[in-house]
Design a protein around this ligand. Structure first.
Ligand SMILES: NC(=O)c1ccc[n+]([C@@H]2O[C@H](COP(=O)([O-])OP(=O)(O)OC[C@H]3O[C@@H](n4cnc5c(N)ncnc54)[C@H](O)[C@@H]3O)[C@@H](O)[C@H]2O)c1
Length: 250
């Protein structure tokens, strides 16, 4: 039987590319998202390509939904081998307008949303003595500050701490926890004029050593590696995948 991977925010962008990469690699892919249509389409695409997948609506702000979905998937498939906690938002809010509500909203999705999905899956992974969790952070969480996105930078830095804590607590149970910190990746988030670089995002290629912004597949392939046996001695790390941006001299 194929190993099961559960992906949050799998309907578009990095999550979608990741779902497809795992589908191609032979996993049974549980695509989840708040976006019904897009998430369903990704599962259908995987199945049409000869893979195995199903879609479930999951808002990572809901503990109830996360607990119920993990229980249902475990009951149906016997266990979850991999979780890719990818769902995230990056809202541009100047400090003067950064209310408690706006701060909490971003943290609830980008940081607690990861914990909510991992927490109910830990018991099953412990029983199987095996599991891999990959959490999506950002270069804005591991190295850069991002103006008018203080809450985002803080939440994405929080992901690094979450990865380290979980990794140490779960290592003896055979569960590895790692993160990924993407640079500038061509998705709806980056192409948003309101919240990020906008449609001219390709211009960022000028200051990225590899000369281009990243594609969702550039991230998906590294996530797949982190989930695989090739990364068996790796835990507690957050891998930067940014075309050399952070190490460039600019
Ligand atoms: N694109 C980039 O340049 C970049 C860089 C660094 C990190 N990231 C991170 O990568 C991850 C994926 O982002 P993306 O670039 O593919 O953006 P995207 O906007 O294309 O996708 C984000 C996904 O998260 C889902 N989502 C949002 N709120 C949700 C909720 N409450 N519950 C469940 N799903 C929810 C969306 O529906 C969507 O499917 C995010 O965590 C993002 O912060 C992106």
């Amino acid at each position: 039987m194929s190993e099961v991977v559960l992906i949050t925010g799998g309907g578009i962008g990095i999550g979608r590319a990741t779902a497809k990469a795992f589908g191609k690699a032979g996993y049974h892919v549980v695509v989840t998202d708040v976006l019904d249509k897009e998430g369903g389409a990704v599962a259908a695409e995987i199945v049409a390509a000869g893979g195995s997948a199903e879609f479930h609506k999951l808002d990572v702000r809901s503990t109830e939904q996360a607990d119920a979905l993990v229980a249902a998937i475990e009951k149906k498939h016997g266990g979850i081998a991999v979780i890719v906690a990818n769902a995230g938002i990056a809202h541009k809010v100047p400090l003067s307008q950064l209310s408690d509500e706006k701060w909490d909203y971003t943290f609830d999705i980008d940081l607690k949303g990861i914990f909510r999905v991992v927490r109910p899956a830990v018991a099953g992974m412990k029983k199987a003595k095996k599991g891999a969790v990959i959490c999506v952070s950002s270069i804005m969480g591991v190295a850069y500050g991002w103006d008018e996105h203080v809450h985002y930078s803080a939440a994405k830095s929080g992901v690094v701490g979450l990865v380290r804590g979980l990794a140490v607590e779960l290592a003896r149970d055979g569960i590895r926890v790692n993160g990924i910190a993407p640079g500038y990746i061509r998705t709806a988030q980056l192409l948003s004029k309101e919240h990020s670089l906008g449609p001219d995002a390709d211009k960022a290629g000028e200051f990225i050593p590899m000369g281009r912004i990243g594609e969702p597949e550039d991230i998906a392939d590294v996530i797949l590696f982190l989930a695989s046996n090739a990364a068996r001695y790796m835990t507690g790390q957050v891998v930067v995948v940014d075309g050399g941006l952070l190490v460039g001299r600019y």
